[in-house]
Structures are given as structure tokens and as C-alpha cells.
Write a protein that binds this ligand. Sequence first.
Ligand code: SF4
Ligand code: SF4
Length: 442
Amino acid sequence: MAFNTFIGGIHPPENKHLTEDKAFSNLSIPQLCYIPMQQHVGKPANPIVEVGDTVREGQLIGLSDGYISANVHASVPGKVVEIGRYPTLYSKEGVCVVIEAQGAFSTSGKILDEEQWESLTALDLINRVAEAGIVGLGGAAFPTHVKLQPPRKRQIDTLIVNGSECEPYLTVDDMLMQTHPSEIIEGVRVALKILGITQAFIGIEKNKPKAIQALEERLTAISIPEKITVAPLKVKYPQGAEKQLIHSILKRNVPSGGLPMDVHVVVQNVGTIFAIREAVVLRKPLFERFITVTGEIVKKPGNYKARLGTRISDVIEECGGLTEKPGKIIMGGPMCGIAVDTIEIPVVKGTSGLLFLKNEEIQVSQYRPCIRCGRCVAVCPAGLMPFELVNAIEKGRYDLVEPSNPFDCIMCGSCAYCCPSKRPLNHFIRMAQEKLHKKHKQ
Ligand code: SF4
Ligand code: SF4
């Protein structure tokens, strides 16, 4: 089956060569794990342990607080030595449960029993996903049990699994699909049962031929009642953005201000699908994840499994150190990732990678006035007019900003990437979004 593509987009250097052939290996267990109670979109979890408590690996230590929230579990067995405020990805002072690793591991290095799930109800399955604290592992970190339960009036007919991994440098999803195709297909089947549908597509960019082959071979070898199709997609950024992925695979257009469920679709990242399967089949909470650690200055770049709560400083040490002081550290990829200013920040559920860039790899030049070349318009996958929008934002003309649909911006950064005047267009738009959010709340 041939698939379409979306309008706009760019093709930045892929830079995946550093890690694309690196099989997963485990990072060592850190002596101290700093486990944030906020690792997801929504309200932070509430700690339910106290200093001095002994905890098991995978024990619930933070209880979700409300509908849009997620449980948090102990990444290591040991003793709670502190509950304090530390820098995290989401806050300069996020509440963290600090565990000193000691004692026996209940899951690590063991073959876990696989539970039969086909006879369970959709509600049983969703409860397992919620209990395990699963959130979107592609970086968005939205609680998965919420996303898998769209309002009843929204009829869903298709699940799209995002295996495109269009961000430069990152290779963790590629390696996951190459090495765990059976688990991913089982995870897709679980998600389909929860949604009460039978059709799924796994979208993968064509620059991942081994992943495409592994999944196709597995699908050919098994007999399942669901219709799961691998969709090889054009290599173009941001192919993995939800609206763009839906358009590429189904030719459906999510309306301005709308969500995938408006066109009867739910999208889940391939890592999330893997975690769903672990939660349901192995009854394993989300306390570790695969990450790519990369950059030319990393001595041992690779794809690793890391315990949530492992600080960047510990990851650097495990990867053999850096050859020079980094100019910038990014959690995630260079396009959509978040720059961090301290190596004490821990790996969280939404950490798909850690990228260490040299000084000369960072653009620090002063931006210049717009020359109205129109490049930002041509590449914007959301069909916006970034230069006009930013012009209005700079002038404080919010009467013009609002009708220009700033909330349709997906923060892909394609406009800024191609701007000859180096204008940080997406940053201006994010600022405007925050301002408008505040205004609407008042
Ligand atoms: S790409 Fe930059 S210079 Fe060109 S129109 Fe857009 S903002 Fe202006
Ligand atoms: S305006 Fe937003 S969606 Fe459009 S290219 Fe820029 S960052 Fe991407």
C-alpha cells in the first residue's frame, strides 16, 4: 500500500549514525534515584511514602491526583532518604522522592510471567494501564489511560502507532521496533481491544528499513483477528506529529483547534505501546525506559535502558563521560526537545533521549528583521503564516494574533530552522500561546 505525505515540513540532517546500530544496553543502577512526582501532563502525583520507608522495585510511591495525572513507582528497591524539591524537566523545584538503592530487585534480570489478557474486559485493561502510570513516551507525557478513553460521542475507528521517529539524532524507537516486534504487535492488540476497534497502522519513516522489515515479518508470521498494517512513510520532519501522521496515513485532516479523535483516530507512540504491553501482560509499572544518549562529544553514545530518576550526571558517567564541556544539553531531539541547564535533572517518563551538543553546533547569532521571503510559510505543516503571526505578536496586536490560529502551531520549529534571518518564530508563538492561555483563564 502506498502512503501519502503532509504539506510543508523540512529535512534537517538526520545525524542518527552515532547510535542507529547500537543495540540496547542497561545503564547501571544509580546509588541515588531522584524520582519526580511530576513526570506527565496534568497534576503531579502525591507521595505516599515517608522518609525511612523501605520500598520494592516497582512499588507505588506517588498516587495520581485526579483524572489528568499518573501514578509514579519506585525505579529501584531501597530506602527513601528524602522527599525534597529538586530541578526536574518540568520545574526548577519539583517534588522528588529520593531513594537510596539497596536490597533485592523483584523484576530485573528475571523472566516475568506472561498473563493471558484476551479474556479481560476493556475496563480491566485500562485499569492496568492507569495503575502502571503509563504516559506518552514520545515526549508529550500525556496520561495514556485518558487518551485511550475518548468521550463516548467520539467514534474511533483507527489506532495509529507513531514509529516515525522523525527527530534528528534519536534512534531509540527504531531500535525498539527492530528488537521487539512481537511485543509491539501485542501492545497494539491490547490498545485496539481497549478502544473496541480492529484497525491499526504503524507509521515508520522509510529510513528505518530494518524496523519496517521486523514488524512486517512478524505480522506475516502470525494469525490475528485485527488488521495491523505497517505504513512506510516519506522521510520528512515533522512526520511524527499527530495531525501530519494522520494526514499521511489516512488522508484525513484534523480541523483547526481539533484533536485526532475529531477524525476518529487515536495516536500512540511506539514506546508507549510497548509500555502498555508490559503493564498488561507482565503487570510491570513504568519505572524504566529506553533512551538514546548521543552527540559527538559523548564517549559511548548508544541506546540504553535507564531507570526513571537517574540524573543526567549519572548517565554521562555511565556513557564514559564527555570529550569536552557541552554547549547545550537537550532532553529529547534538537527540534522538539527541551534544553536543560543542569546535569542534576533526572530522566523522566517523557525522556526519549539526551543530546549533548558542542559549542560550535549551536546557533547563537542575533536574529534579524524579516525579509518576507516566505520560506516559513512554505514549510509550516500547520498551514500558518508564521512571519505575519510573529509580526503581530511583536507589535502586541493580539486582536490580529488570535484570528491567525496560534494554537494550531505544533512547535515543530520548521519555520525557525529555515528562516534566513534566524528569527526564533516558534518561541514567539509559544510566548503568545502562554499569554492567551492566561488571558482566557481570567
Ligand atoms: S522565513 Fe524568516 S525572513 Fe522569511 S518570511 Fe519567514 S520570518 Fe521572514
Ligand atoms: S508556525 Fe509552528 S507549526 Fe508552523 S512551522 Fe513554525 S513551529 Fe511549526
